[in-house]
Design a protein around this ligand. Structure first.
Ligand code: SAM
Ligand code: SF4
Ligand code: F3S
Length: 443
């Protein structure tokens, strides 16, 4: 049938969706290619969470569309920008053959077939229970050590800065037996580490009577033979119940890491963001997690310059960073998004340069903390699940600790997929360097 090239922007949801698109097109006879110039179908899976990612779509189309003048290539725009802005993209780029939102992913084969004869715009949301979570496995999963498994689509929260509820629609939990089936199939292909994904995984199953809770689901996945490491993302602090926290005390293969986006350390800002937790509650969750699993590493998301954020509010974010000592964070300047409630707060907009200064201060302190935390590991031995050869260094492999630290060390590539003990020799802000250890790690 031909070759398909998929460019993915954005979060794990998009990465996962791209995998499902690849899977469906493979069963329709397409091969995946890494070379755009060699592809018969080019799909760009887009993100609109901030302004910058959205601009990436426009520059990407600027590169791919001229190719249509010299060869027949089908061009599709998928994902969150397509969902939000499908009409405009469809009109602005008459050479784009297909525009479809996240809910249309299960129909990609039919759409591509139809796109041979006409242009297609499909940004319809399906009613919750009608959404068929695609089941074909991403063909690139075989041979990888880790894989994502979606347990939920959409989001029912209304954080005032966030465009995701508009791009992904209402929250739908995926039936547990489907989740388990996909986990089993991945493990059969050699996958060792499973990351359950959703925008707000802790609310899994809560809205459907009789469905397991997220903690129940975690236990079920944890017990699938062959799952050596279990992770999940993303958790909303409001929904982080004691039943989930207890899992860290009881499930040994649940990784010692949690990404728990806080957004701000100021109650006033959290209220205006409609996050529905306080700084004190967030710290209570952190204390609970640390008592269940003392070595747990916490990472977070932070927004600086949300409308109305004062210097004093920002200091609260800085002091929260000191108190929790996150091991890493994704931090961004607030980016106003179309149709989001925070647009109504525009009168309180924080000047860009102020938001940027705060961001740089936060990032610089975060980096120091990372370095300090990593330096403490030098001389210790850690247990690493080897992911594969390092992209940069010959004879070096890379892998992650349970706490999600990337470790590079010289070793044969044959160790891929095994748990290996590594003595840490050097610390950098984002990675660690080590050597094969002759003694096993303590943890
Ligand atoms: N569902 C997750 C949660 O509740 O935290 C996060 C989802 S969102 C895709 C990922 C991160 O993008 C958020 O945690 C937030 O920090 C950031 N983000 C979302 N909207 C943003 C905006 N308008 N400006 C800046 N950052 C934003
Ligand atoms: Fe966006 Fe909030 Fe939903 Fe996360 S929980 S996706 S930040 S609305
Ligand atoms: Fe972006 Fe959509 Fe994810 S907006 S962050 S790709 S849910």
């Amino acid at each position: 049938m031909g070759r398909v090239y998929i460019k993915t922007f954005g979060c794990q949801m998009n990465e996962y969706d791209s995998g499902k698109i690849r899977a469906q097109l493979q069963s329709a006879g397409f091969d995946a290619t890494e070379d755009m110039a060699d592809a018969d179908v080019v799909i760009v899976n887009t993100c609109s969470v901030r302004d910058k990612p959205e601009q990436k779509l426009h520059s990407f189309l600027g590169r791919v569309l001229p190719q249509k003048r010299v060869r027949p290539v089908v061009v599709a725009v998928a994902g969150c920008v397509a969902q939000m802005d499908g009409d405009r993209i469809y009109k602005k780029y008459p050479n784009v053959d297909l525009v479809f939102g996240p809910d249309a992913v299960p129909r990609v084969r039919e759409m591509l077939d139809a796109a041979r004869t006409r242009r297609i715009l499909d940004t319809e949301f399906l009613a919750g229970s009608d959404y068929p979570f695609p089941t074909d496995l991403d063909p690139t999963a075989a041979g990888k050590v880790g894989a994502f498994v979606t347990i939920q689509k959409g989001c029912d929260n209304k954080c005032t800065f966030c465009i995701v509820p508009a791009t992904r629609g209402a929250e739908v939990s995926r039936p547990a037996d489907e989740v388990i089936r996909e986990v089993r199939a991945l493990v059969d292909q050699g996958v060792r580490e499973i990351t359950l994904i959703g925008q707000n995984v802790n609310s899994y199953g809560l809205k459907v009577p009789g469905m397991p809770t997220f903690a129940d689901l975690l236990r079920q996945v944890h017990d699938v033979p062959g799952v050596e490491v279990l992770r999940f993302t993303t958790s909303h602090p409001r929904d982080m119940g004691d039943d989930v926290i207890r899992c860290w005390a009881e499930l040994p293969r649940l990784a010692s890491h949690l990404h728990l986006p806080v957004q701000s350390g100021s109650d006033r800002v959290l209220r205006r963001m409609k996050r529905f937790y306080t700084r004190a509650r967030y710290l209570e969750v952190v204390a609970g997690l640390r008592s269940a699993r003392p070595e747990i590493a916490l990472t977070t998301d932070v927004i600086t310059g949300f409308p109305g954020e004062t210097d004093a509010d920002f200091e609260e974010t800085m002091s929260l960073l000191e108190e929790v000592r996150f091991h890493a964070s994704f931090s961004f300047r607030y980016s106003p998004r179309p149709g989001t409630p925070a647009l109504r707060l525009e009168a309180d907009a924080v000047p860009e340069e102020v938001a940027q200064r705060r961001l740089e201060r936060f990032q610089s302190r975060q980096r120091q903390i990372q370095l300090e935390e990593h330096a403490r590991l030098v001389g210790t031995t850690v247990r690493v699940l080897v992911e594969g050869p390092s992209a940069h260094d010959e004879g070096v492999v890379c892998g992650r600790t349970s706490t999600f630290k990337m470790v590079n060390f010289p070793a044969p590539a044959g160790l891929q997929g095994t748990h290996t003990h590594v003595r840490i020799t050097r610390a950098f802000a984002n990675t660690l360097r080590g050597e094969l250890a002759d003694q096993p790690a303590v943890l």
